[in-house]
Design a protein around this ligand. Structure first.
Ligand SMILES: [Cu+2]
Length: 171
């Protein structure tokens, strides 16, 4: 009986803890809008192998931003070697509170050119389009007036190169 009561108490504590930190909780609602800064890298992840046979992937059918270099085209000296690659933002998911002033300090690690902008939850432009080049840091700021998903986008590698900034509703 003691063990059962202890388990019930533990369960109640767990539920209370989950409710206390959840996005719709009083704790989240009590937060005042502030300034939030994220450091975001623009990176390319790639990998090549001749250790396994290449799939029959047609690179022209892949989503833009995904790359597949088939055997023979990757390295003529190694006819079985092939490569896959993708461009991405890191981190690709962030969270802020509605009303926060959001600063993204974006560093371009890979890719000579990206075309970046931020889309608001209602589809309007939160930050205008600008070209980003490798080796430079770009600082953009916007106020998360709306609740929902802001999207950091790259038109050059869309739709695969996107990052979500979730604006948690203030009420
Ligand atoms: Cu890009």
């Amino acid at each position: 009986m003691k063990i059962r009561n202890s388990l019930i108490l533990l369960l109640l504590l767990l539920v209370t803890a989950i409710l206390a930190v959840g996005p719709g909780s009083a704790a989240a609602k009590g937060l005042k809008p502030g300034n939030v800064t994220f450091y975001v890298s623009e990176i390319e992840v790639k990998g090549a192998t001749d250790g396994i046979p290449a799939p029959k992937t047609d690179p022209t059918t892949l989503s833009k931003g995904y790359g597949f270099t088939p055997p023979g085209k990757y390295d003529p000296a190694k006819p079985n070697k092939w490569q896959v690659s993708t461009y991405m933002f890191n981190p690709a998911a962030m969270a802020v509170n509605q009303g926060d002033t959001v600063t993204l300090r974006i560093f371009v690690v890979n890719g000579d050119k990206h075309i970046n902008w931020v889309e608001a939850p209602d589809g309007t432009v939160a930050v205008k389009e600008h070209i980003s080049n490798r080796g430079r840091e770009y600082i953009i700021t916007f106020k998360a007036k709306q609740a929902g998903y802001y999207t950091l986008r790259c038109d050059h590698h869309d739709p695969t190169m996107r990052a979500i900034i979730f604006s948690v509703p203030s009420s």
